[in-house]
Design a protein around this ligand. Structure first.
Ligand SMILES: Cc1ncc(COP(=O)(O)O)c(C=O)c1O
Length: 368
């Protein structure tokens, strides 16, 4: 049996008719830059997340770059973040000439450990940038309390967590700005690159709207040096259709996680994902902590089961950040997990047979 890591073909079956209609609408108007579907999708996202302003842009990476720029954080400033995340979380800080300061993660949730943040705060610290990794919200009560105490900004990297909640409140609604990625493998994926900034602050929203078009207002007058980073009209049309399905898809992922949890929880050598009792995850990934990880990965692949390591090398040890002066052993939790994590297919279209097969194959690996 074949169980890919993600099955986009299956995902698009129920939505393709409506997407084609929406795209035909764009083709009829030829308004490829900032056409009506952009504003329509922004409004729909603002409603869905319960946040006043949604500002579409070209990618989740650009959303982070724009967010940091809008908060005027740059040269000589520090932003505290996690080393256990996709590269863009930290590169967006460096691309604004600010310095990423890494703080180790909680071993159970893989998210930024709030208990370790205060020790990393200096006079240069301007913001905290938590990531809602794999679809589980970071401990935003603790992070916001620290931010308030030290007068720091908060940017939520919600690329992997669209629709996840903490104490009943939507991610992106805690910090000054929340960012989203619509990379095709995300729970809400475009047919290419796309991203978004979310904020309840109207002034920041106004600035973000200018920054995504070269910092211009009015046309050809530039207050800031911004980016060329608009949300593509065609992508907005696709995303507007798919957003109607997001809650159902997230429920499907949670049901799959329940299935896996019940079948895998008693296998020695494996730890199933830990979801904090205050969090509702959207399971962008279902990530096991395993003994003999590399052997398990090879075994699953040999049996036709897709799996992946997110992430094999924590960011503080990446070559491009060597000038920051971190060394092996500085972030022991992230470093250990990078050797033990393995994500397995969790997409909502998985069939019962596929899930059963994944669980049986993992069980066979450990029990022979
Ligand atoms: C945590 C995190 N941050 C940022 C990004 C960047 O998003 P994009 O690929 O849309 O630029 C991603 C996704 O790839 C991500 O997973």
């Amino acid at each position: 049996m074949n169980v890919p890591m993600l099955d986009l073909k299956a995902q698009y079956v129920p939505v393709m008719g409506r997407i084609k209609e929406a795209l035909e609408g764009v083709f009829a108007e030829h308004q490829y830059i900032m056409g009506p579907p952009v504003k329509e999708f922004e409004n729909k996202m603002a409603d869905y997340l319960g946040i006043k302003n949604a500002i579409g842009c070209a990618s989740g990476t650009d959303a982070l770059v724009l967010a940091i720029k809008a908060l005027e954080i740059g040269e000589g400033d520090e932003i505290i973040t996690t080393p256990f995340t996709f590269f863009a979380t930290a590169s967006s800080i460096s691309r604004n000439n600010a310095t990423p300061v890494f703080v180790d993660i909680d071993p159970l949730t893989f998210n930024l450990d709030p208990d370790k943040i205060e020790a990393a705060i200096t006079e240069k610290t301007k913001a905290i940038l938590p990531v809602h990794l794999f679809g589980q919200c970071a401990d935003m009560d603790s992070i916001m309390a620290i931010a308030q105490k030290y007068n720091l900004k908060v940017i939520e990297d919600n690329a992997q967590g669209i629709g996840c909640t903490w104490n009943g409140k939507m991610s992106c609604a805690f910090g000054d700005i929340g960012t989203l990625s619509f990379f095709p493998s995300k729970n809400l994926g475009a047919m290419g690159d796309a991203g978004m900034c979310m904020t309840n602050d109207d002034d920041l929203a106004f600035k973000l709207r200018q920054l995504r078009v070269h910092g211009e207002n009015p046309k050809y007058y530039h207050k800031w040096i911004g980016l060329n980073s608009r949300l593509d009209t065609l992508q907005a049309a696709v995303l507007g259709v798919k957003l109607d399905f997001l809650e159902t898809w997230s429920k499907g992922r949670r049901a799959n996680a329940d299935f896996y949890n019940s079948h895998l929880k008693n296998i020695p050598g494996i730890r199933i994902p830990h979801i904090d009792s205050r969090a509702v995850s959207i399971y962008n990934q279902y990530t096991l902590v395993c003994e003999k990880r590399d052997e398990l990965m090879a075994y699953l692949k040999s049996k036709g089961i897709g799996c992946a390591v997110y992430y094999p090398l924590p960011l503080h040890l990446q070559e491009c950040f060597s000038s920051l002066g971190y060394k092996k052993g500085d972030m022991p939790v992230a470093e250990e997990l990078s050797l033990k994590v393995l994500s397995i297919p969790i997409y909502p279209e998985l069939t019962d047979e596929q899930k059963q097969y994944v669980c049986e194959t993992i069980t066979n690996f450990y029990f022979g």
